[in-house]
Design a protein around this ligand. Structure first.
Ligand SMILES: Nc1nc2c(ncn2[C@@H]2O[C@H](COP(=O)(O)OP(=O)(O)OP(=O)(O)O)[C@@H](O)[C@H]2O)c(=O)[nH]1
Ligand SMILES: [Mg+2]
Length: 227
């Protein structure tokens, strides 16, 4: 006789469903320029942030796939907008967008400017954009380029675009540093969500999955949970 499975509360069941949903992620397309992105009806969740902040690693962790998005020690690894479909095969209900990072010093200035323009255009004009996840390494904090991005999306956030400030590589912080980083980030997030995240320690993964699932599926996010 095997013992029955341990009872799960509603939140952990919802988290398991959200993780299962993210696990369905598969490559959809890559676009070196905005005009090559297919117009889509389903909600899109964009991962943005400085080069090396951990965007691709975060997508791999959330989707529980080792090499879906290309992560690398070399900054500037992601050079195009990569889209991943979510939902059962043939029933895509959302997409994740992995965007190239900004702020990498070794990139020629012309390329930097070109990329900033692409990024700003994407954030302003992408019609099916439902949510933006801004990844920030809390040891650097919100930098000037992150601030520009926040300014660019502010009007859309006021119109209902969802926003999550994700403090990555949380495994590099001790408790006091993590608490401090959280409180500073909450001031900078302008009322958006803020969470600590570690791909290494799998911290914040289920909470982030839940939030993205709620946003993609048009439900209200759970409130009052420790971030
Ligand atoms: N310790 C630790 N390292 C991490 C974590 N997440 C990512 N990294 C490391 O950070 C580096 C950059 O990760 P990527 O996911 O490639 O970063 P990215 O933001 O996609 O970078 P670009 O594509 O250049 O914009 C890699 O060496 C990762 O292993 C984390 O949670 N903890
Ligand atoms: Mg990347």
């Amino acid at each position: 006789m095997t013992s029955p499975p341990a009872p799960r509360d509603a939140t952990s069941t919802a988290a398991a469903l959200a993780m299962g949903w993210l696990h369905t992620a598969r490559f959809l397309t890559t676009a070196p320029k905005l005009e090559f992105l297919p117009a889509l009806e389903v909600p899109e969740i964009a991962f943005v942030g400085r080069s090396n902040a951990g965007k691709s690693t975060c997508i791999n962790t959330l989707t529980q796939q080792k090499r879906l998005a290309f992560a690398s020690k070399t900054p500037g690894r992601t050079q195009s907008i990569n889209l991943f479909s979510l939902g059962k095969q043939g029933q895509t209900d959302a997409v994740l967008a992995d965007l190239p990072g900004y702020g990498y010093a070794a990139v020629p200035k012309a390329d930097k400017l070109r990329w900033q323009q692409v990024m700003a255009n994407y954030l302003v004009t992408r019609e099916n954009l439902r949510a933006v996840v801004l990844l920030v390494d809390p040891r650097q904090g919100v930098t000037e380029l992150d601030d520009i991005l926040l300014e660019v999306i502010r009007p859309r956030v006021e119109q209902g675009l969802k926003f999550l400030l994700l403090l990555t590589k949380a495994d590099k912080l001790n408790r006091a540093e993590a608490a401090k980083a959280l409180s500073i980030a909450r001031l900078q997030a302008g009322g958006g969500e803020v969470k600590l995240f570690s791909a290494l320690k799998k911290q914040g993964v289920e909470e982030t999955a839940l939030l993205l699932s709620h946003w993609a599926h048009g439900e209200e996010p759970p409130r009052g949970e420790p971030g």
